[in-house]
Design a protein around this ligand. Structure first.
Ligand code: NI
Length: 134
C-alpha cells in the first residue's frame, strides 16, 4: 500500500555551472541561467510504501509524515534562494533532479526502514522528476 502527502514550497534558483563559460552556461541553461535568479512554486509529492498497521489501520500517520516534510524540506527551502541561502546547493546546481535527491536523502533518514520512499517533485505544471534512491 502506498500513501502520499502533497506539500508545496516556493523558492528561487539559478542554474549555473561555474566550471563552464558564461556563453556555455547561457546556451545550456537559457533563461534559467538569469544572474538575478527566478522562482518556482514547487510541488512535492511524498509516497510512502509499506504494510497497513493492523493496530492503526494506517501505513503511516500522514500528520507525522507532514511534520517530517515540514521539518526537513519546508523549513530548509520555503521562501529561500536555493543557491544563496541553502548550504546543500553551495556546490550543487539546484536543478529539480538535484533538489529531489537532497529531499529524498533528508526524508529517508527520518523514516523507519520498513517503508519504501519515493518522491515526485514538480517544478512547473509540466515538468517533474521522480526519485526513489536511484
Ligand atoms: Ni528554474
Amino acid at each position: 500500500m502506498k500513501v502520499c502527502r502533497r506539500e508545496t514550497f516556493n523558492a528561487a534558483h539559478r542554474l549555473h555551472n561555474p566550471s563552464l563559460t558564461d556563453k556555455q552556461n547561457t546556451d545550456l541553461f537559457d533563461k534559467c541561467n538569469n544572474p538575478n535568479y527566478h522562482g518556482h512554486n514547487y510541488v512535492l509529492e511524498t509516497f510512502v510504501d509499506g504494510p497497513i498497521d493492523p493496530i492503526t489501520g494506517y501505513v503511516i500517520d500522514l500528520k507525522i509524515l507532514s511534520d517530517i516534510i515540514k521539518d526537513e524540506v519546508l523549513e530548509a527551502f520555503d521562501h529561500q534562494n536555493l543557491n544563496l541561502d541553502c548550504p546543500e546547493f553551495e556546490n550543487l546546481i539546484p536543478t529539480a533532479e538535484n533538489i529531489a535527491v537532497i529531499i529524498w536523502n533528508k526524508l529517508r533518514l527520518r523514516l523507519d526502514a520498513k517503508f519504501e520512499l519515493e518522491i515526485r517533485l514538480w517544478e512547473t505544471d509540466r515538468n517533474s522528476v521522480i526519485y526513489a534512491g536511484k
